[in-house]
Design a protein around this ligand. Sequence first.
Ligand SMILES: NC(=O)c1ccc[n+]([C@@H]2O[C@H](COP(=O)([O-])OP(=O)(O)OC[C@H]3O[C@@H](n4cnc5c(N)ncnc54)[C@H](OP(=O)(O)O)[C@@H]3O)[C@@H](O)[C@H]2O)c1
Length: 347
Amino acid sequence: MEKVRAIVYGIGAMGSGMVRLMLAKDWIEIVGGINRAHPELKDKSKVKVGKDLGEVAGVGRKIGVIVSDNPDDVLAKAKANLVLHATSSPLSEVEAQIINCVEAGCNVISIAEVRLAYPWVHNSESGQRIDEAAKKNGVTVLFTGINPGFMMDLVPIMFTGVCASVRKITLWRLLDISPYGSGVLNNLGVGLSVSEFEKGLADGSIGWILPLTCPQIDMISEAIGWKLDETKRIVKPITSNKPKKTSYGVEIGAGKVCGVKWSYFGIKGGEALITFDWIHMLHPKEEGLEPEDRCFIEGESDIDLVVKKLDSGVGTYAHAVNTIPQVMQAQPGLFTVRELPVAAALP
Ligand SMILES: NC(=O)c1ccc[n+]([C@@H]2O[C@H](COP(=O)([O-])OP(=O)(O)OC[C@H]3O[C@@H](n4cnc5c(N)ncnc54)[C@H](OP(=O)(O)O)[C@@H]3O)[C@@H](O)[C@H]2O)c1
């Protein structure tokens, strides 16, 4: 594999984790950092653009790469062959950012858009445009992370591989969202009252990081050959019993929204064949709840897989970084995690 020359695009909580992890690998050189600028910021300690990437990402030392707000400039000058993409933007913006990187000749691993992790049932036009641009420019694009990209799509699919038959799949994930940045938490409506949350969800000002349809259900059902009639979504805000805050500066009062339960149902003949409960919660342990992932497959044979202690932040950026060799060696085009060899934690 050629030496990886990586740009990190979006230096928030996850982009910073990617920087720290990549610095420990001698087969990767970080050659660029991109983030949007905030000229209005009064608190200069929060400014990212113009500072050394090591400083912004919490490495504790300078690494000789200055964060820029000009993607075209960085893509033209850095001679990179990979972009790790972790902005927090709506679908159309993410698509434009990815195509810009692809047209500069860079492979891309993005964690930033749930829909594009499996766009082949819904959102296929966007997937098609990225796929065509990647093929035209001879590069590979992958959308991954911990979910989508692992826990509620790849893992259940792998476990159906040891079943003789499958009748139903029930997935349940309670995750602590405190490792994620303010872009994600604001988008989930954390800190709002319940009525502000309902209004924001209805007018689209929050919730756009989680779609109406469920790409993970699409990926699973196509993998096991189920033709579903429809997917239904139910969203319920969760309120906090006490004030909470995160290390990224998000603070909420008691009684405010501290998380969301997104339920999706993959339905055939009026029956939910795939049930998908995705519970995002700020510091669930403070409310006596342990983060946990559960995958229950009814079939021959039944499987009840329970995963505890997995840090959703580490899992997200580690899976993106650990997938770099697979992406660098893949054919050009837009891939999903199902089509690439499984990632492993290379030193
Ligand atoms: N697939 C998965 O498993 C998974 C898991 C976790 C998170 N995610 C996704 O990963 C993304 C990042 O999460 P996070 O926790 O790191 O969020 P975050 O802390 O809010 O970081 C996002 C970063 O991107 C920057 N940014 C946003 N829009 C930009 C733009 N148009 N141009 C340049 N920079 C831009 C933000 O800048 P400022 O904040 O400085 O303005 C911020 O530094 C989110 O989209 C989230 O939904 C995916």
